[in-house]
Ligand binder design. Sequence first.
Ligand SMILES: *[C@@H]1O[C@H](CO)[C@@H](O)[C@H](O)[C@H]1NC(C)=O
Ligand SMILES: *[C@@H]1O[C@H](CO)[C@@H](O)[C@H](O)[C@H]1NC(C)=O
Ligand SMILES: *[C@@H]1O[C@H](CO)[C@@H](O)[C@H](O)[C@H]1NC(C)=O
Length: 271
Amino acid sequence: MEEAQMQRKTKSRKRRCFILILVIVIVVVCAVVLGLILQRTRDFKSVFTSRCVEYGGYDCEKTWSTFEQAYMGKDPCQVPPESYQALIEAAPIKPACNRMMFWSKTKDVVHDFTTKKECYVTMEDTFVGSLLDGLTWCSKEGSKDTFTSGCPGWSDCVNNTVRSFWNQASASFAQAACGKVSVMLNGSIAAPFSPGSIFASVEVKNFNPAKMEKLEVVLVTQETISNCSSTSLKNLQKELPQGIAFGCTEVPESRIEDCASQPDLPCGSCW
Ligand SMILES: *[C@@H]1O[C@H](CO)[C@@H](O)[C@H](O)[C@H]1NC(C)=O
Ligand SMILES: *[C@@H]1O[C@H](CO)[C@@H](O)[C@H](O)[C@H]1NC(C)=O
Ligand SMILES: *[C@@H]1O[C@H](CO)[C@@H](O)[C@H](O)[C@H]1NC(C)=O
């Protein structure tokens, strides 16, 4: 009788102990997950801020708070491009006549080139572009956090946090384009001028013929699937606002890489 009671007591103590451990484990896991989320928010802000400090010339706390207001507490699919207008007005694109470089489907080559040869400026080399290049961010309805994962992808919804930023910033970059303007397009694909790209759907539509004299296409070739006479390039020429001249040069990728790695060569002589 006593033995049976003792056994039952031990059993229930064991069970209570087990439940206690389970609760502790759950609490610890929750804390770690929450900590990671908060850490990520802080990491995002610290990447943003350190890029801002490195670029120089801007008040980084103020820039962060202007940026944050665009998307904080909003459904990440309900952030239209205009939300970033305040940020872009606070840090307007500085026009670099004859040196502005657009690109589509040539990201690695173009940035390798503009990093080594500072004579050309892409959207990602501007202040706002450099702050956010390669980053993903969003918030949630009613939230005060910035998340870097679980955000809608590029084509999940039109007005998503990241896409809207690039649309607004690119429109502003294109409006500032002046003199002779270059664009690096990909000759290894069938549609170098791709209708769904930011270049086609935003930038070309925002070029201003009052400031912009010519668009010079640098068609980067590896396997030559498209050349300067391809339909895709003809379409680009047709869609350019009236009054902007058009030129196109086919340049092998290897030549661009060689040229980028020769510091003495003037940029103009790369193609
Ligand atoms: C995206 O935002 C624009 C405002 O810039 C609005 O006109 C449009 O209806 C929105 N699209 C969707 C699918 O919510
Ligand atoms: C062009 O596109 C192809 C296919 O997506 C890619 O493999 C290649 O690296 C691109 N070329 C350049 C110069 O970016
Ligand atoms: C350009 O490509 C087209 C096919 O798209 C081809 O017929 C033409 O010969 C090519 N032109 C040159 C100069 O290589």
